[in-house]
Design a protein around this ligand. Structure first.
Ligand SMILES: O=C(O)CCC(=O)C(=O)O
Length: 275
């Protein structure tokens, strides 16, 4: 086992995130990029809009990635040994577009209680200040949930364009990752990311999130998979494990999960975004 060290765990507890942590080799990260780009090329539009979510349900390779031992060891160090995967999202910033992520807290609209969960952001490509890496406001997870303005900007990669205002960039830490490395962040830590000024796309494969089996969904329904340990709580429905890339059953399973996810994301909102 390669659990996080005591120093890494105290960094997470004190700052609300830990980064970088090694997970994949650069050639394994390249295979993940190839899998994503194969789907984009062979099934145009298949990863657009809401379908950027639950991508681990349409690809056996992406599904296996969520069970990567290095990732799960790091996750176990934070939330304990009974772990479920409750979602994945691709955060892709194209080189010629103006995609950004406003400062927000993940826990705001997701309905996962208690906060015994952690988000893993895997760099499929390098992620740095030039291509719009994430930035964390250190120790902000020690506060409660903040007011988020719902802006619905067209270039915002968040569902509602939810924004915590007046965050000073100077006070944030850049999360610089090589392809294959991960960062882990707390449900309440304030984070966001800027534009991609590089000449390649920036791809983040985000497991959002790994939850302890004691975490319930208080807004709607979520489809999970067991990652480690045992689930004595049985709060959630279990999704099918994908056997074929973009198979008929796999697509049905992703659509079913995304329909429920959309209800959670837009609960109480009279407007919907593109994701
Ligand atoms: O990919 C990004 O820049 C932001 C992703 C994010 O907000 C998250 O993983 O919680």
């Amino acid at each position: 086992m390669t659990m996080l060290s005591t120093n890494q765990i105290s960094h997470y507890r004190s700052k609300g995130y830990i980064s970088p942590v090694s997970a994949l080799t650069s050639s394994e990260a390249k295979e993940i990029r190839e899998e994503i780009e194969k789907i984009e090329k062979k099934w145009p539009g298949a990863l657009d809009g809401i379908n950027r979510n639950y991508v681990h349900l349409i690809s056996p390779i992406l599904n296996k990635l969520c069970l990567n031992k290095n990732i799960l060891d790091a996750v176990e160090s934070i939330i304990g040994k009974n772990i479920l995967i409750c979602g994945t999202t691709l955060f892709i910033k194209e080189k010629n577009e103006k995609g950004f992520v406003s400062f927000h807290q993940d826990a705001k609209y997701i309905g996962l209680e208690p906060h015994n969960w952690v988000t893993v952001w895997l760099a499929v490509t390098d992620s740095n200040e030039k291509n719009g890496c994430m930035r964390m406001l250190p120790s902000s997870h020690k506060d409660n949930l903040k007011y988020h303005e719902q802006k619905f900007d067209k270039n915002n990669l968040l569902t509602r364009g939810q924004t915590i205002k007046n965050i000073s960039l100077n006070e944030t830490d850049p999360i610089i990752l090589k392809a294959g490395e991960i960062s882990l962040h707390h449900p309440l830590v304030i984070h966001g990311s800027g534009l991609n000024f590089s000449d390649d796309r920036r791809i983040g494969f985000v497991i959002q999130s790994y939850i302890g089996t004691n975490v319930n969904q208080v807004i709607g329904k979520m489809y999970v998979q067991r990652a480690r340990g045992e689930d004595k709580h049985n709060y959630h429905e279990y999704s099918e494990i994908p056997l074929t890339l973009m198979g008929k059953n796999e697509i049905i399973s992703q659509k079913k999960a995304n329909k429920e996810l959309s209800k959670i994301f837009y609960n109480g909102s009279n407007k919907k975004g593109k994701f």
